[in-house]
Design a protein around this ligand. Structure first.
Ligand code: UT7
Length: 332
């Protein structure tokens, strides 16, 4: 029997219109464009400002656009997986809300919380449903309204994050394209360095959690940086080695966009020139589970069938991983 692989057959993204620049942030906290650019590579980020709008309002237009682009009727979709760390509600899942807003009447859906590795974790999950032979159309959407948990009085974190969503369609193929291999890792002992302290079961919302600003992102930047630099590069090099891929074989590294210095270090360990690295952190900042689809979407027209992509991420948890994808279609 021929092996069924999960091919990415379409991609679409959506970002809010409002652009928050470094110059604007200079007016809010004690920071400057030079510091932000040298330490992170970020110039601006998109923010969802409309009151009452949530992550599903960012994810839904990405999914609707994907359906239109791939000529898919909403009722054809069987499963939607949403990677998010900023769900609309503690429950129900944001995936359910997106499915409802997009008219996916025949799909079941659920969320995955793997922070900045959310997209690669969700892609690996969706891949398995397709490879089982039982599913023909699976949507993976990474959607984040990071601005809802950014403390705009904390200069160490408020400059980093932005809002965005990116959705892909996964379909079966028997050709030698699609998701080829993956290495995914978790180390829960890293939770102390990057988390939202309040609002969960350990510290339910209270006057105290509000007073101590514990509903916002807490990050020990330097500690996370050290783990991220090693973790992201290690899995990216490992996936190359075990599949006998050289730098020449790789069309693009698609790295999570948390910090330009982490991306550069990963590319260097892989032996890749800058032209082979997708980077758009300057315009969107860290959009958590949306960074990787946002890159692929912007590079889509340059991708050819058979191109080898290494998707690589590191995030809160800690979570990290790399996925080798053979691109499944030529520019349309
Ligand atoms: O995506 C999920 C995983 N997350 C990551 O991968 C993030 C990993 N960490 C990082 O990317 C970096 O650690 C940051 C970009 C978050 C911070 O860069 P850093 O080079 O590690 O800076 P730092 O935290 O060590 O701070 C250096 C200095 C400090 O001042 P002192 O103590 O040396 O006087 C900070 O107070 O920079 C100061 N600082 C700022 N200055 C101007 C921190 N934030 C700012 C700011 N503007 N926005």
């Amino acid at each position: 029997m021929q092996k069924i692989r999960a091919a990415i057959t379409g991609i679409h993204c959506w970002v809010p219109d409002f652009v928050l620049t470094n110059e604007e942030l200079e007016k809010i906290v004690d920071t400057n464009d030079e510091w932000i650019m040298t330490r992170t590579g970020i110039k601006e980020r998109r923010i969802m400002r409309e009151p009452g709008k949530g992550t599903s309002d960012i994810g839904a237009p990405a999914v609707t656009g994907l359906l239109e682009k791939t000529g898919t009727k909403p009722e054809e979709v069987e499963l939607l997986i949403c990677a998010t760390v900023t769900p609309d509600y503690a429950f129900p899942a944001t995936a359910n809300v997106i499915s409802d807003k997009c008219g996916l009447k025949n799909a079941w859906s659920f969320d995955i919380n793997a922070a900045c590795s959310g997209f690669v974790f969700a892609l690996e999950t969706g891949r398995k449903f397709i490879e089982s032979g039982q599913y023909k159309k699976v949507i993976i959407v990474g959607a984040e309204k990071m601005s809802m948990m950014v403390d705009y009085t904390d200069r160490a974190t408020c400059v980093l994050f932005g809002d965005a969503a990116g959705a892909i369609m996964l379909e079966p193929t028997t050709e030698e394209v699609g998701v080829m291999d993956s290495i995914l890792k978790t180390d829960g002992s890293g939770r102390q360095y990057l988390q939202q302290k309040g609002g969960g079961a350990v510290k339910p919302a209270s006057q105290e959690t509000i007073d101590f600003r514990e509903h916002y992102i807490y990050q020990e930047g330097q500690a996370v940086f050290k783990f991220a630099v090693v973790g992201m590069a290690d899995v990216s090099v490992e996936i190359m080695k075990r599949n006998n891929l050289t730098a020449d074989d790789i069309a693009y590294l698609v790295p999570h966009q948390a910090n330009l210095r982490i991306i550069d270090a990963t590319a260097k360990r892989m032996g890749l020139q800058k032209e082979k690295v997708m980077i758009n952190i300057e315009r969107y900042g860290n959009t958590t589970s949306a960074t990787i689809p946002l890159c692929i979407w912007e590079w889509e027209k340059q991708l050819k069938k058979g191109d080898n992509l290494i998707l690589s991420a590191f995030g809160g948890g800690f979570t990290w991983g790399a996925i080798w994808v053979k691109w499944a279609y030529d520019p349309k």
